[in-house]
Write a protein that binds this ligand. Sequence first.
Ligand SMILES: [Zn+2]
Ligand SMILES: [Zn+2]
Ligand SMILES: [Zn+2]
Length: 133
Amino acid sequence: MQINRISMKRRNTPAKEAILNVLSKADKAMSQDAIEEKITIDINRATIYRVLNRFCDDGILHKIIAESGKQYFAICLDCKEKHNHNHFHFRCTKCDTIECLPVEVNFSAPDGYLVTDMNCVLTGLCKECSTFL
Ligand SMILES: [Zn+2]
Ligand SMILES: [Zn+2]
Ligand SMILES: [Zn+2]
């Protein structure tokens, strides 16, 4: 079991590096398709999908789900072992991007509700797109 996990890790290393490299250069969240387009080495879709989800489990990336249901991925800034996200995301309908906003989501759930996940996405025009109105 242990050996298996190690060889698995090694096999995915180039894929991991390529994906992290693409995302760390982007200042916005990216969909799997967009990430795939930027990767220069040959990695199949299933591997990209697996690596992205592994990164989410490890607190390296977080996933944002748009109203369309499409998933986007962004680098976590200060998640150590556990995700710690209480910020809004913004989806621009014109340039079709999603970004993390430095705006805290502040709320308290009613008694008896235990919140384990949060997906706060605002939709509209981003800073760049709204300037040219
Ligand atoms: Zn995180
Ligand atoms: Zn925009
Ligand atoms: Zn975010």
